[in-house]
Write a protein that binds this ligand. Structure first.
Ligand code: COA
Length: 212
């Protein structure tokens, strides 16, 4: 493995990024994953929010997101309705939050700190843009081993309390995220029935504009 390098999305990387999606989310409905055309649209809309990790010329990790406003009084939503066309159509440069639309490390490259590197890049980006923080729908792939014993809500609580370990949700908590609530039917997923955890990282440096 050569030196890992962090960069931003370009249209040329789109086919590789789409292939990484399929490799990273084997249980997802491919129509809900980012395809080549979606990623090309992302590259034209908001490449600054789409981080890519390269090993030489090979895409081995990616973390994408858009700016938007979020109503915590009504948190229920699905991935497609909140992100819009090509999962970036609802990008609003003035939005208060960075909404994470995608996070994936190639299975051959996991547990080497690539996910952490991507989260650090996102946090740095959010700080530089003085946004309130990061919001995402966190997958719970580890639910597969517990689906006959408990509900997704019970599973999420056990992960939150550290009783159970989930390869995705526990990793996000390790990266400073808090679990807000369960998102019912967030996406198509044969393991969880689509349920995901709404997770938030609060930017400690956020400064609200002074009132005039
Ligand atoms: C979730 C995901 C992005 C994490 O990516 P990753 O590159 O493996 O992340 P990291 O290497 O930074 O961290 C993963 C774990 O490896 C550990 N780790 C990191 N470097 C390590 C090293 N050198 N040696 C041993 N462990 C290491 C981390 O501490 C972390 O442990 P934790 O889960 O207990 O916190 C990846 O598993 C993935 O793509 N999953 C499928 C898609 C998915 O669910 N995406 C998230 C959608 S919400």
């Amino acid at each position: 493995m050569s030196e890992l390098r962090l960069t931003n999305l370009t249209e040329e990387l789109a086919p590789q990024c789409a292939a990484l999606e399929l490799a990273a989310f084997p249980h997802a409905d491919p129509s809900e994953l980012l395809g080549v055309e979606d990623i090309r649209a992302y590259a034209r809309t908001f490449p600054e929010g789409f981080f890519v990790v390269l090993d030489g010329d090979r895409v081995v990790g990616q973390g994408a997101g858009i700016f938007l406003d979020f109503d915590f009084e009504h948190p229920q939503h699905t991935i497609s309705e909140i992100t819009g066309e090509h999962q970036c159509g609802n990008h609003n440069p003035e939005g208060a939050w960075y909404y994470g639309t995608d996070m994936a490390t190639h299975p051959d490259y996991r547990r080497r700190g690539i996910g952490h590197m991507l989260y650090e890049a996102r946090k740095d980006f959010v700080r530089r843009n003085n946004k309130r923080g990061i919001i995402a729908g966190g997958h719970m792939p580890g639910f597969a081993a517990h689906r006959h014993q408990m509900s997704t809500a019970e599973y999420m609580e056990k992960v939150r309390n550290g009783v159970l370990y989930d390869p995705t949700l526990s990793f996000q908590m390790e990266n400073g995220f808090r679990i807000v609530t369960l998102l019912k039917g967030y996406l198509s997923d044969e393991i969880t029935g689509g349920d995901s955890a709404l997770i938030v990282w609060d930017n400690p440096d956020f400064a609200a504009a002074a009132a005039c």
